[in-house]
Write a protein that binds this ligand. Structure first.
Ligand SMILES: [Zn+2]
Ligand SMILES: [Zn+2]
Length: 307
């Protein structure tokens, strides 16, 4: 009963605040602040200091997740974000480094008291991946539902949307637009542009230099872009190692190429993520970006960095 009274009071209070004529601190002064949090800046290499690729865009208290690399739920928690799931999740492409945390995202958020599906957007093949992951964990789902954990039946579900280019999400002032990008032999990979009431952000996903991305990103506040350093790029003595330089050039974007893209996009801030270093330092990466022609603000992203 006490709970009900408290809930009713806070509801009433919320209602009053919404309609109080207080321009200095309207409901929107809290909800409008947009922030980018890099949850994981890593690559397939299991670097203990860099979790798998995942970026959160926070609009007030609303959480939008881009990719779900390994460690995503631990990083959400470390960033102080809700662990019962985001408002929506967006997958750039189906490479394992971007999706190894996907079963973690859907199952752990359920165990942490998620009760309703959240929407997930991504390329074709994501529906099949989701179905097969849930099949792979079916024993777990059964025990957690019907054993003494008594998790909410069906609470692990997500609403899957296999997308094409264009606006894929628009709700309450937040618009997400998918931009197809070239990523080597992948048939489908997307960058996402996020427009909120106070900021615009572009999350590149994995891509080689992309004209569509430049067009879609023109003038954004924050450009979050993948990068590799070409300084020490060479063939390697391992299976597939002779294709390594060719792979980098066809699938990814060098710091110099990124500098040239950013010089045209003119973001207020360039944040490098998914950093394939091959021994290069932060200074090397920034020097590459400068060499490419970008003279604006640039940072090498780090895990849990806020921008
Ligand atoms: Zn990747
Ligand atoms: Zn990739």
């Amino acid at each position: 009963m006490k709970k009900i009274i408290t809930a009713s009071l806070s509801l009433l209070l919320g209602f009053l605040i919404c309609f109080l004529p207080s321009p200095a601190r309207s409901r929107h002064s809290d909800t409008l602040r947009t922030e980018v949090i890099l949850l994981g800046t890593g690559t397939p290499y299991p670097d203990p200091k860099a979790a798998g690729p995942a970026t959160a865009v926070i609009v007030g208290k609303r959480v939008f997740l881009f990719d779900a690399g390994v460690g995503v739920m631990r990083q959400m928690n470390a960033a102080g974000l809700p662990i019962s799931g985001p408002e929506a999740a967006f997958i750039t492409h189906l490479h394992s480094d971007h999706t190894l945390g996907y079963p973690d995202l859907i199952l752990t958020s359920w165990i942490m008291r998620r009760t309703a599906p959240f929407p997930v957007y991504g390329p074709h093949g994501l529906r099949r991946m989701t179905r097969l992951l849930l099949a792979a964990y079916s024993e777990d789902i059964h025990v957690r539902t019907y054993g003494l954990e008594r998790e909410v039946a069906g609470g692990y579900r997500v609403n899957l949307h296999e997308i094409k280019s264009g606006v894929v999400y628009e709700h309450d002032g937040v618009r997400v637009t998918a931009i197809p990008v070239p990523h080597g032999s992948w048939k489908e990979a997307y960058a996402y542009r996020i427009d909120t009431p106070d900021r615009s952000i572009l999350v590149s996903g994995d891509t080689s230099p992309s004209e569509a991305l430049v067009r879609g990103a023109l003038g954004v506040d924050v450009l979050v872009h993948e990068v590799y350093s070409p300084l020490h790029l060479a063939t390697e003595n391992r299976p597939g190692g002779k294709y390594w330089p060719q792979y980098m050039r066809e699938f990814h974007t060098s710091d110099v190429e990124l500098g040239a893209l950013a010089a045209r996009i003119k973001p207020k801030l360039l944040v490098m993520t998914h950093v394939i270093r091959m021994g290069s330092t932060n200074e090397d990466l920034v020097a590459g970006v400068r060499k490419g022609g970008f003279s604006g603000d640039v940072v090498v992203g780090k895990d849990l960095g806020r921008y």
